[in-house]
Design a protein around this ligand. Sequence first.
Ligand code: GLU
Length: 324
Amino acid sequence: MTDNHQTDRSHPPQGPLAALAKELPDWLETSRIQASSGRVASYIPELAGAPYNALGITVLDGQGVSVSAGDAELRFTMQSISKVFTLLLALIDHGEDGVFTKVGMEPTGDDFNSMVKLEIVVPGIPFNPLINAGAISISSLIKGATPKEKSERVLAFFRDLAGDSSLAYNEAVYRSEAATANRNRSIAYLLKANRVLEGDVEDVLEVYFKHCAIEVTCGHIARMALVLAYDGTDPLTGRQLIPRRYVQIAKTFMITCGMYNASGEFAIRAGLPAKSGVSGGILTLVPGRYGIGVVGPALNDKGNSTAGVHLLETISQAMDWSIF
Ligand code: GLU
């Protein structure tokens, strides 16, 4: 773990990024104190050993200049952050009509792994693609003849977005979740009974658990977020990786339900589209300007990184980044 603030020295930051680089180490250390009130997720046993008071951030701009601070090199699994990108791949595979007959567009107010509405709200499709039920349905929509082929397509897509051909999933975290996922398994079988889920349930879960276990650093998350900040085109290569309309859909979900049941609060305090995961990662972005990756494994009672949320709210308010 490193505690130093680092910048991309080949292109020293200028303008607002230079101002950020100056303040960031202090803001990060102030936010890190918040970690002591959080708890590392342990329902996936392999996640329980993460360093609870780690905190790292990378902010990357469209010219490739980045500013990092704290434990930005810490490796962590994407968990729910990956759901944004499997949604995008399913939209590329099936279009809006194909996806939104299988999953809805509304926040739930329930926990991320709840199945209660699948029973009581007709027609029993998940409320949105970012809760577990929705993301499991999305996994069933990814094209490919076998679970292996589907997972390879997901990985290839994520590698393009992260600009790193060595991106891979963490086998130990994948196995740990697959061996203990009684709730997700229940959700998947209920979805199968509701005729929402296509294909073999265990095959679908394999694709889902594997994309949750893709291992990244803050730099990878910042690069993936940068593509969203630039409406689907990677500004560093000029390649269009995702149609603009689908990015618009993903960013709207990030605002309305990307931060679990604290999405409204985060929208008010930070004002940025974001998605968090149980490993303590947060992906966020400033449209047309920055992609941002954060990690802080200790979670608050809503399931978001307690220090990570504090840090992002501090930065966004100080730099006037809110989109609203
Ligand atoms: N793999 C995790 C699960 O299904 C992802 C949850 C999350 O990050 O919110 O429980």
